[in-house]
Design a protein around this ligand. Structure first.
Ligand SMILES: Nc1ncnc2c1ncn2[C@@H]1O[C@H](COP(=O)(O)OP(=O)(O)OP(=O)(O)O)[C@@H](O)[C@H]1O
Length: 364
């Protein structure tokens, strides 16, 4: 498969900040998430990829075309959904999208036909004849998406498409984004500062921070299984006041296993908290017998297992490994307003999506 985007040591310096710092990345066809906190360099990268802003140094190619010299050819083949509200309030969605289709070179009849199809696809029906000024944020986002798709591009670059949307609106938009690829075969590069939502939506994640690449790999490989078993046991109802966790920990340790409490919790209150996070114990998996040892130990003590599952890596660990990562993630002030790696951490999904843990803070 040929790459849709490649960059080689791509650098963009503004007088007071380096927005992109020797970024080398290779994006294959599919739905790819570009994740980074506010100011990480996502929008700058998109503008360079569209040939709208020059790089300071380094090179980039989109669909095999050089961004420095082939901007118009790139923009013919690529759709772009900008981050900010940029729609004219006085015209209808239909008028606006027809205009954008004409700007992309479609003849009048084809532009009208494609506009009707595209607006239907993004979920705008009768309201498409009303002035955009009266639309909700969700409807405006759909218009912005429709104008990015109307000329049938091979690739769309979507800059923060879920910005300003409520949880239902976010989920709808993420579903639409997936269908752009599955129904039409169009590749998608979608940016967000909310890791959790891209983790759910994308096949591949590119994570940047301070203009530098932290990691680029398949979403699945970010969340591969660890050699750690997370367990939670019931209280000892026959002997109230007994610390059942301590009893299990002592027995397992005596059996030669390494046990620790889950300092990070499951996204709950963290270590020592009275909520879920404080009740999880982590057992290193020595071999297949570890499972049986845990089960028989818990049964011998007359306790029950509330959960036993192999821990998965969390995508957010990439930020914890970054050089200036914060010690403890802080919760964002309000849903969808996460900033900086700390809030990215708070916005990620539970350690194991199967676990039914706390929802993505950004979608909460
Ligand atoms: N035209 C400009 N002049 C000077 N500095 C800029 C300019 N555009 C962006 N920057 C700076 O470059 C850095 C990266 O900005 P960019 O907009 O690419 O980040 P981002 O990841 O898209 O964040 P956000 O989601 O907040 O837009 C920021 O520090 C920003 O202030």
């Amino acid at each position: 498969m040929s790459s849709v985007i490649t960059t080689d040591s791509l650098t963009k310096r503004f007088p007071r900040v380096t927005a992109l710092d020797r970024l080398t990345v290779d994006v294959q066809p599919g739905v790819v998430g570009l994740v980074g906190s506010n100011g990480a360099g996502k929008s700058t990268l998109i503008k360079i990829l569209l040939g709208l802003a020059p790089a300071t140094s380094g090179t980039a190619r989109v669909l095999g075309l050089d961004v420095a010299t082939e901007g118009p050819a790139i923009r013919e083949r690529v759709g772009y959904m900008p981050e900010h509200d940029c729609l004219p309030p006085d015209v209808s969605a239909t008028e606006f999208v027809v205009h954008m289709a004409r700007m992309s070179g479609l003849p009048a009849a084809a532009a009208r036909e494609r506009t009707a199809d595209t607006l239907r696809h993004v979920g705008l029906y009768e309201e498409r004849y009303r002035p955009i000024g009266g639309y909700s944020t969700g409807m405006k986002q759909r218009v912005k998406l429709a104008q990015a798709l109307v000329h049938d591009p091979q690739l769309v670059l979507l800059d923060e498409p879920t910005n300003g949307l409520d949880p239902v609106g976010r989920d709808d938009m993420l579903g639409l984004i997936r269908r752009i690829h599955s129904d039409f075969g169009i590749s998608v590069l979608v940016t967000s500062h909310l890791l959790g939502e891209l983790e759910r939506t994308c096949d591949h994640l590119v994570v940047i921070d301070g203009g530098q690449l932290l990691r680029s790999s398949s979403t699945a490989s970010f969340t591969e299984a660890t050699q750690v078993l997370a367990i939670e046991v019931t209280d000892d109802e026959e002997h109230p006041g007994t610390d059942s966790d301590a009893a299990v920990r002592d027995r397992l340790t005596a059996a030669g296993l390494t046990v620790r409490s889950d300092g990070a919790g499951t996204g709950g209150t963290g270590s020592g908290g009275s909520e879920l996070g404080g009740r999880i114990m982590l057992v290193e998996i020595e071999d297949d017998d570890t499972y049986d040892t845990v089960i028989s130990t818990v049964a011998d003590l007359g306790l029950g297992l509330v959960r036993m599952e192999q821990r998965r890596h969390r995508v957010v660990e990439i930020f914890n490994d970054a050089p200036d990562a914060p010690d403890a993630p802080a919760a964002p002030d309000a849903p969808g307003t996460a900033t900086a790696p700390a809030a990215l951490a708070a916005a990620t999904s539970s350690p194991d999506p199967q676990e039914g843990g706390p929802a993505d803070a950004g979608a909460a």
